[in-house]
Design a protein around this ligand. Structure first.
Ligand code: COA
Length: 166
């Protein structure tokens, strides 16, 4: 099995990360969200300049296999996991786990005592397994649709930053 590596986001990644987000929503979230819900969700990644601004303003990590981007995750501020998407062909191989693990370690090293995430129904089992506790159900208006997610929270242990990332 090929090795998964992590690196910081570069502005030149923007288009491929938007493709990963749209493909992940379309192909991995189909059991949890309707076609119409997935369409408005993925349309949120169509404005490249807006997406680049969001990625660049957060601590964004890109996961690669053989040098190609296969997923990404971002930390907004000190405490909130904002984005988490994995290329469908690389799903269920631990890519999201590695990304979230790195964000948890970086956040802890920066002094965060806890992390929150508004987890999609697709991602909730992953956060359950990592010890996040559900705090509330949300229904978020997007276009003409309402999308459900769950605000979850995990208390972090204080620890030094992982090597190579700060
Ligand atoms: C959620 C998502 C990021 C998971 O990525 P991934 O790289 O496949 O996740 P991992 O391989 O690290 O999964 C780790 C564990 O999480 C759970 N898990 C992950 N995806 C799951 C799914 N679709 N259904 C049920 N459990 C799942 C499993 O326990 C899995 O362990 P296992 O494969 O040994 O059973 C990916 O499915 C995705 O991009 N989904 C669409 C977009 C989305 O919902 N993003 C989250 C926004 S908060």
């Amino acid at each position: 099995m090929s090795t998964i590596a992590l690196r910081p986001y570069l502005p030149t990644d923007t288009r491929v990360l938007a493709d990963i987000a749209r493909d992940a929503i379309e192909q991995l979230a189909g059991e949890d969200y309707s076609d119409a819900q997935r369409a408005v969700w993925s349309a949120g990644y169509d404005d490249e300049a807006d997406f680049a601004q969001r990625l660049g303003s957060q601590l964004t990590l890109v996961a690669t296999i053989g040098g190609a981007a296969v997923g990404f995750a971002s930390l907004a501020g000190k405490n909130h996991i904002d984005l988490l998407y994995v290329e469908p062909r690389a799903a269920r191989r631990g890519v999201a786990t590695m990304l979230v693990d790195a964000l948890e370690k970086l956040a802890a090293a920066r002094g965060a005592a806890r992390l929150t995430v508004d987890a999609s129904d697709t991602a909730k089992p992953l956060f359950d397994a990592r010890g996040y506790a559900a705090e509330r159900r949300n229904s978020v208006p997007l276009g003409d649709e309402w999308l459900a997610n769950t605000t979850m929270r995990k208390d972090l242990e204080k620890r030094p930053a992982p090597k190579g990332v700060s």
